[in-house]
Design a protein around this ligand. Structure first.
Ligand code: B16
Ligand code: MG
Length: 210
């Protein structure tokens, strides 16, 4: 293994709770049922795809223009919540493991569907840490398409077969598999049949990459 590509939301940090609050606020306003189980389906998928999943429970249909306004509104709430984040939101475990992997000589990249990835990295004090960031701003297709990870591998100059993707989402595991990457699953993603490594915690990476 020469490179590791980390998903951001749900792997490096817990922005998933902010996504949930922001979508919940919007869903409540529209009178659409939304809960944590539905929220799990939003992991790793794009903002517009997330909205489509939420609208499965809507009682009326929305025009494309209305959907764009709703996605904008959710994003504004979400970005506002991100302002609360700081380097204290980076766990000691993640910080320690990232430093160790750097000492092992691994190339480290981010592969996130989020268009807000750079803001999040800045809030966490990681804006200059990774060798490359591939995110929602440089892709045309979101996970489960492998584009975001293929771009990340390209940015660090490594072949997919030499890189490990670390993911918390079903869509992310499928993207990694489709791109020819090895992948390590955290949380619910650990149970996905296509994972190469099941992780119980972030620290497991030290063993996987030794
Ligand atoms: P944004 P990841 C993903 O991040 C989130 O898991 C997903 O819930 C979100 O819809 C997507 O980013 C887009 O985010 O609205 O900020 O562009 O897990 O790929 O790091
Ligand atoms: Mg994720």
């Amino acid at each position: 293994m020469k490179g590791i590509i980390f998903d951001l939301d749900g792997v490096i940090c817990s922005t998933d709770k902010y996504h949930y609050s922001a979508w919940k606020k919007l869903a409540d306003k529209e009178g659409i049922y939304f809960d944590a189980v539905i929220n799990n389906r939003l992991r790793g998928v794009s903002r517009m795809q997330s909205l489509e999943i939420i609208l499965e429970r809507a009682q009326k249909s929305y025009t494309e223009k209305e959907k764009a306004v709703m996605a904008e509104e959710k994003n504004a709430i979400y970005v506002n919540l991100l302002k609360e984040m700081s380097e204290y939101d980076l766990s000691e475990e993640v910080k320690y493991v990232l430093q160790k992997l750097r000492e092992y000589g691994m190339k480290l990249a981010v592969g996130s569907s989020s268009k807000n990835a750079k803001i999040i990295l800045k809030q966490l004090g990681l804006e200059d840490f990774f060798d490359a960031v591939s995110d929602g701003t440089n892709i045309t297709k979101s996970k489960p398409d492998p584009e975001v990870f293929l771009k990340a591998a390209d940015f660090i100059g490594e072949k997919p077969a030499d890189c490990l993707v670390v993911e918390d989402a079903k869509a992310g595991i499928e993207a990694a598999f489709a791109g020819g990457f090895k992948c390590a699953g955290l949380g619910e993603a650990a149970e996905h049949p296509k994972v190469t490594y099941k992780m119980e915690g972030f620290r497991d990476l030290l063993e996987i990459c030794q």
